[in-house]
Structures are given as C-alpha cells and as structure tokens.
Design a binder for this molecule. Structure first.
Ligand SMILES: *[C@@H]1O[C@H](CO)[C@@H](O)[C@H](O)[C@H]1NC(C)=O
Ligand SMILES: *[C@@H]1O[C@H](CO)[C@@H](O)[C@H](O)[C@H]1NC(C)=O
Ligand SMILES: *[C@@H]1O[C@H](CO)[C@@H](O)[C@H](O)[C@H]1NC(C)=O
Ligand SMILES: *[C@@H]1O[C@H](CO)[C@@H](O)[C@H](O)[C@H]1NC(C)=O
Ligand SMILES: *[C@@H]1O[C@H](CO)[C@@H](O)[C@H](O)[C@H]1NC(C)=O
Ligand SMILES: [Cu+2]
Length: 608
C-alpha cells in the first residue's frame, strides 16, 4: 500500500473522490431521505441512506460528579445513538479532532461486503490520523436488534467513545411489533476516575502482577452518584452526581434495550418488583423467557419487555457488579449501581423498594452475595432459543481449539494474555486486509492470523479456559451459534452440545475454569477479530484474527480512501500498547482542497 499515494497532493485528490462518494451517497435517493442523528426513524417502504456527522474530541466530563478527562463523540456521553430501520444504509463521517489516532467499530454488525469498515486498526484499516476525516459506510440488510459502536483504537472506549446502535425490524417482519408500546435504551458501564493511559501504565507493569484496574463506579446511561469523601486522588473535583431516571406510564409495556458497555465488569440487571421478559440477545430474537434478573457481560446486549403493572410508586433499577469476577482488591466500589424507574403520578421521591438480594453490610467483602456471583455467568444457554429456528451448523469442516492463558513474561516480568501461547500485538499501520493483497504474504507470529479458505466452511472454535477467570469473547463479522458452555474441559463427543436451535449471538462468556464452543459459517470475506471484551485483556494480548476467504477478499480490493489511511504511519510519540503519549504534531500543510464537484447522477448503490 505504501507509495501508492504518497504525496499530500494525491491525498487531496482522494479527499475529493471521497467527497464525491459521499455526495453521491447523500443524493442517491431523493434529498429528503437524508437524516442526521436528530431525525426520528419512521418506517418507509424503501430503505434510506442515513448520514451521521461525528466529531471526536478530548474534553472533561463528570458523569457521576467526579471530573476527569474523556474522549467523546459530539460532546456526548454516552455518544450519539444510531437508530435506523433494517435495510437502511449507514454513513458516518468521523472527524478526528483528537491529537491521537482513532477508529470506530460497529459491534454486532456483520459488515458483509464492507469488511474494511469494521474499524479494527491492524486488521481492517489503519487508524484515522489526528485532524483527518474518515467515512464509514455500511448496509444493514441482514441485521436487526440492539448493538453498539465503540472506539477500537487503544482503549479509547473506556474513556467515553461509545454509543448505541438500534436497528429496528421492518413492521412486516418484526415478530415483536405488537409486544410492546414504547422502548428505552439502557447503557450500563463501569467507570474509572483515572484516564485509561494512567491505568494502563500501572496494569502493564510488573507491579500490577496482572491485576486489572478496578472500576470506581458504574453508570446507567452515563449517570450515577458518587460519595465524594471516597474520591481518589482526593483532589479530583467532585460534586454529587445524579442517577438515571426512566419514566413509566402505568400499564404499558416497555422494551428496554440493555447494552453492557463495560470495560471489565459484568452486571446483574433487575428492576425491583418487576419481571423481565427476555426477547433478544445480541440481535437475535428469542422465544421469550421470564427472568427476575439478567446477567450481562461486557459487549453483550439483551432486550427485555417490562410491564408497568405494579403499584404506582418509584422503583430501583439495579445493575449489580459481578464482584466475584472482579479482581480481589480493596476498593470503595459501591457494588450496586442504581437508577430510578418513576411511575407517572408517583412524584420524584427516591424509591424505597427492596431488591432480590440483601445488600452487603459495610466493610464486608461482598463477594459471596449471590447476585455478584450470578453476574459472572451467562443466562443458562439451554433456556435461550432463537425465535427463528436454525439447526446446528453441520458438517463441521474447520475445527479450532483456542486455549486461553495468562503468564508472566520472563524478560520484563509483565503478565500478559495468551491464546494458544501467542500474545497478540497490534501492527496498527500494517493491517491484515492490506497485507492480504499480496497472496504470498507471511504473517508475523504475534499477529495470530488463522485462515479459512473455503466458502461456506463450518467453523468451530472451542474456547478452552480450563485454568482461568471469566472472559466474554466477541467475534467480529458473524453471529455465531453457541453450542456448548460449561465448567471443566470440553470433550468432543462426550460433553453435551446444544443441537436443537442453539442460541445465536456475537459475544459469549467463557466461564471460569470452563469452556464455550461456537460455530459459524464462512460466508463473509474479511478479517475478523476474535477477542476477549474485557478491554484490559485486549491490551494485554487476548486477541486473534481470522482471515475469512482470503482470495475472495483480495478480489474485492480496498476502497482508496481506506488505503490512504495507511500512508501516514504512526504519529510522533506513538508507543504501542502502553497508552498513547500525545506529542505536538507538525504535519505538512495540505493544499486547500477544491470545492466538491456538483453531484452527477449517482451510480447505483450496493446494499439495496
Ligand atoms: C471534516 O469534516 C467536517 C464536517 O464534518 C469539516 O468541517 C472539516 O473541514 C473536515 N476536515 C477535513 C480535514 O477534511
Ligand atoms: C461517604 O463516605 C464516608 C467515608 O467512607 C462515610 O463516612 C459517609 O457516611 C458516606 N456518606 C454517604 C452519604 O454515604
Ligand atoms: C457488563 O459486563 C461486565 C464484564 O463482563 C460485567 O462484569 C458486568 O456485570 C456486566 N454488566 C451487566 C449489567 O450485566
Ligand atoms: C480476597 O483476598 C483476601 C485477602 O487477600 C482473602 O482473604 C480472600 O479469601 C480473597 N477472596 C476471594 C474470593 O478470593
Ligand atoms: C509478498 O510477500 C512475499 C512473502 O513475504 C514477499 O517475498 C514479496 O516480496 C511480497 N510481494 C510484494 C509485491 O510485496
Ligand atoms: Cu478477558
């Protein structure tokens, strides 16, 4: 790729081409079909292009009253919600106003036909340089449900680059169209009062002995309170924060779309006195089941229907930290994150409702509380089944065994994560999708690239975690079948598997001292990451990549403006893995780009 377009002159030509593409997208149907994130997504008989303009900036926020530095999109936390109808085409113009690179991943979307927009530097693209714009554009033909977007460069999502993606089914195919009256999005996240760079410096040092940073708080829709007398360091500005409030009108049915955007923590979600009817997991519609509380791991999403049929008063909504799966260190972390459900007519008084589990006594380690243990496991696999049945994928052609482990490096005494004894190290400015253009390329060992050559191959991955703690694993590019999950070691032919209509999702927990087995069909050419969604573990190497159908992928080429991202190389001051240390950049002054051409009649857009 290097040398194809090496001067600013050429790059500004590329910019013109990009604007041309964008304009053709903008006007490819009638102009009234152009929406920004403010527009409500009414249903229309034909899919539309939906354009979002995002500016990523570095700023300070205080979601729980404690001020810290953060990275935000359009100054919002959580960031802007993308809400579209199935079949719509999504175009996001990302303006990187940071002094560090960035990239955005669309978690849960398969990027079929658009693999270079998956947003993982080192796999599908080079990072978006500071000061540059980059346009992501992708279809949603094969997806519905609750998803999310987040930065996939370094650990920027922990610093705030995260938001919801809701893809609503079309009325003619939505099985739950009449099952609820209104919907609300609930984003759960753990929260740290120190910026990620500071935490990483400690985590990736011998002193941490592999103990992950422990969150200081948890947030519901970017809000929670914090007791300022516990703030560390003590000089951080702190005022009383506030809780998230969701309003209920009595006797209505609400679909709550719950997204776990944690960096590390698992939660058990519940609403006092109300049952949750689970209807969706990671975009897959389910045969509804009733639960009292919902364990939800980093990266996972669920939709539940809640009926506001209780006495008119206010109720606590609880996200209880999976303390049993957080590192065992002393912390002031309040293990129960609260939000309020306010019934219309009940006023604003704080709820007095009582939860399912007795809260821990002060000063006592709360690890034995059943809530904190339950949070660390997925809902029972065998009780969740897709509404639209699909038999187990067979016959198995590509079996992989992936062993998860952690060990201390003998040379630098730093503990790292390993998949089959390889600790992944991102080569951000040399992405696999570009390297694959050379059919005889040999990948570096620490790139941990596995190939799937044959279209429609049935791939099975056994995630063997027989020696460690929980890890929520996420596969890009696919919704996989979860065919087994349990404790101990998976034994082919012996361990019971879920043969009848197994759950399909994109993020599954590999239990402590256990295993999870997933299957998918190789029908999506691209480079797809498989990684733990505990963001700290990503940094420490618990990542690998599948290059699916490399020959087809090569034949697809790479859009010019994607390739152009690889021209600049890492900015001054970039240090892989240790948190980015920003330094002043002095890029050459680009010539003023000419005004975009008047859009001609657009070429037909794929995806429709
Ligand atoms: C990036 O896009 C924004 C509009 O979204 C525009 O104002 C800005 O000039 C663009 N920057 C570059 C470097 O093209
Ligand atoms: C805040 O924390 C301090 C010290 O741990 C404690 O004494 C105080 O009661 C707490 N305040 C509230 C409102 O919980
Ligand atoms: C979100 O995921 C994290 C990480 O696995 C987990 O600890 C936390 O409990 C989850 N939150 C909820 C509400 O389930
Ligand atoms: C947590 O650590 C304390 C002190 O090191 C120890 O006594 C306790 O057993 C540990 N608890 C768990 C659940 O590991
Ligand atoms: C392709 O990769 C091979 C193996 O690494 C290398 O020898 C060759 O020079 C590469 N070809 C090009 C055009 O870069
Ligand atoms: Cu992990």
């Amino acid at each position: 790729m290097k040398g194809i377009l090496s001067s600013w002159y050429c790059r500004s030509i590329a910019t013109v081409l990009l604007w041309f593409c964008l304009y053709s997208t903008l006007y490819s149907s009638n102009p009234s079909s152009v929406f920004t994130d403010a527009a409500p997504p009414e249903f229309t008989s034909t899919p539309r292009n939906r354009i979002f303009f995002w500016k990523v900036t570095s700023t300070t926020i205080a979601p729980d009253g404690v001020t810290r530095s953060a990275i935000l999109v359009n100054e919002k936390y959580p960031g802007p919600k993308i809400e579209v109808n199935r079949g719509d085409y999504i175009t996001v113009v990302v303006e990187n106003a940071l002094d560090v690179p960035t990239a955005i991943h669309w978690h849960g979307l398969t990027m079929k036909g658009d693999p270079w927009y998956d947003g993982v530097p080192g796999m599908n693209q080079c990072p978006i340089p500071p000061g540059a714009n980059f346009t992501y554009a992708f279809g949603t033909d094969d997806i519905v449900g609750t998803h999310w977007w987040h930065a996939h460069f370094e650990n920027q999502y922990i610093d705030g680059v995260v938001g919801a993606i809701i893809i609503r089914d079309r009325p003619e195919t939505d099985p739950f169209l009449h099952a609820y009256d209104e919907e609300r999005t609930v984003i759960l996240s753990d929260w740290y009062h120190q910026p990620t760079g500071t935490q990483l410096a400690h985590y990736l040092s011998p002193e941490s002995r592999g103990m992950e940073p422990v969150p200081n708080n948890g947030l519901i829709n970017g809000k929670h309170t914090f007791n300022c007398s516990n703030v560390q360091p003590t000089d951080l500005p702190c005022v009383e924060g506030e809780r998230a409030v969701i309003h209920f009108v009595p006797n209505r049915r609400y679909r709550l779309r719950i997204i776990n955007a944690s960096a590390a923590a698992a939660f058990l979600f519940s609403i006092d006195n109300h049952l949750l009817e689970v209807i969706e997991a990671d975009g897959t519609d389910l045969n509804p089941i009733m639960v009292e509380s919902l364990p939800i791991n980093a990266g996972q999403r669920y939709s539940v229907i809640v009926t506001s049929n209780q006495e008119v008063q206010n109720y606590w909504m609880r996200a209880e930290f999976g303390m049993a799966c957080l590192p065992n260190t002393t912390t002031n972390l309040d293990p129960i994150v609260l939000g309020e459900i306010r019934y219309q007519g009940a006023g604003k008084a704080a709820p007095t409702s009582v939860g399912r589990f007795v809260p821990p006594k002060d000063g006592e380690p709360p690890r034995d509380n059943p809530a904190f243990v339950e949070a660390c496991k997925d809902l029972d696999l065998f009780s969740l089944h897709p509404l639209k049945p699909q038999p187990i994928l067979e016959p198995l052609t590509n079996p992989f065994l992936v062993r998860i482990s952690f060990k201390t490096d003998k040379t630098d005494q730093i503990m790292r994560g390993y998949l089959n004894d390889i600790t992944y190290s991102a080569d951000a400015w040399n992405p696999t999708i570009v390297q694959n253009l050379n059919s005889s390329v040999v990948y570096g060992v620490n790139q941990h690239v596995l190939k799937i050559q044959k279209r429609d191959a049935i791939v099975q991955i056994i995630l063997d975690n027989s020696r460690g703690g929980e890890h929520p694993f996420h596969l890009h590019g696919h919704t996989f079948q979860v065919i087994a999950q349990g404790e101990g070691v998976y034994e082919e032919g012996k361990t019971p598997i879920n043969t009848i209509n197994p759950l399909r999702r994109d993020t599954a927990t590999v239990p402590r001292n256990g295993f999870t087995v997933i299957r998918f069909k190789a029908d999506n050419p691209g480079v797809w990451a498989l990684h733990c969604h505990i963001e700290w573990h990503v940094t420490t190497g618990l990542v690998m990549q599948f290059i699916e159908l490399p020959d087809e992928l090569r034949a697809m080429g790479i859009p010019k403006h994607v390739g152009n991202l690889c021209e600049t190389g890492p900015p001054v001051g970039f240090k892989e893995h240790t948190g980015f240390v920003p330094k002043a950049l002095t890029p050459p002054t680009p010539p003023t780009p000419p005004t975009p051409p008047t859009p001609p009649t657009p070429p037909p857009k794929k995806g429709h």
